[in-house]
Structure formats: structure tokens, C-alpha cells
Design a protein around this ligand. Structure first.
Ligand code: THU
Length: 130
């Protein structure tokens, strides 16, 4: 991932986190994915009074990519306004694996330097059908 790409994706993820609908947890998350066409798609977490219906930022960003015609996550950024970077939940890792084999995932936060990971590092031996 080039420094410019990292900066652009993290900026987009941070902007998305500001629109998070998180009245229950007050935990804001933003995500941005770059697809195979170089386009950026964003998502934030959207909670619900029926807590289990909450959708994470990562899955909303992937859904936005698919709805816009993207088929592959090349790079992805996650942003939380925390002191340390946060990693995607298990459900999101499975969804990232569906579209993002080999993708680089940058985990960014308010407090420090971003951490870089890979889909296969976040979810080794993922269940995928070829
Ligand atoms: N959340 C995400 O958006 N992504 C994750 O990977 C972990 C959790 C959201 C869901 C919920 O709105 C809040 O963070 C607290 O769990």
C-alpha cells in the first residue's frame, strides 16, 4: 500500500466514523475499502434498539462496494477514535475473506501509528468456496 493510498483510505474511514449511528455502545467505527477499479467505498457501524441487528462498519463498506459493482477488496482501512487500533470482529473477518483474499488491511486509530495486516493473518484457514 502506498503512503498516499493509506492516507486516503484512513481519511475516508475516519470521516465515515463520524456518521456512525452508535447510540447504544457510543463506539464509533469507520471503514473504507478500495476495490479492483481503484474506487473507495465507505461504511460506518449502524446500531439498532434490537441490539443484534447492529451492522458493523466493515460489512457496510463491503456492501457499498458490491452495490457499486466492485467485486474485490484490494485494500481496506478501519478507523476508531481510540488510543490503540481495533481489529475487525469475527463476522467481519469472514465477510472480508469472501471478497478480499490477499488484501492489506490498515488498522488506524486516534492515538498512534496504524498497524498493517492481511486478510489471511486476520482469518487463517477461512471458509471460502472457489
Ligand atoms: N463494531 C464494528 O463496527 N466493527 C467491528 O469489527 C467491531 C464492532 C461496532 C459494532 C457496535 O456498533 C460497536 O462497534 C460496539 O461493538
Amino acid at each position: 500500500m502506498s503512503p498516499e493510498s493509506v492516507a486516503e483510505l484512513v481519511k475516508a474511514a475516519r470521516a465515515a466514523s463520524e456518521y456512525a449511528y452508535a447510540p447504544y455502545s457510543h463506539f464509533r467505527v469507520g471503514a473504507a475499502v478500495r476495490d479492483e477499479h481503484g474506487r473507495v467505498h465507505i461504511g460506518c457501524n449502524v446500531e439498532n434498539a434490537s441490539y443484534g441487528l447492529t451492522i458493523c462498519a466493515e460489512r457496510n463498506a463491503v456492501a457499498a462496494m458490491v452495490a457499486a459493482g466492485g467485486t474485490r477488496i484490494v485494500e481496506m482501512a478501519l478507523y476508531t477514535p481510540t488510543e490503540k487500533p481495533v481489529t475487525p470482529c469475527g463476522a467481519c473477518r469472514q465477510v472480508i475473506a469472501e471478497f478480499g483474499r490477499g488484501a492489506t488491511i490498515v488498522l488506524a486509530c486516534a492515538g498512534g501509528e496504524p498497524v498493517f495486516s492481511k486478510t489471511e493473518e486476520l482469518l487463517p484457514l477461512a471458509f471460502v468456496l472457489d
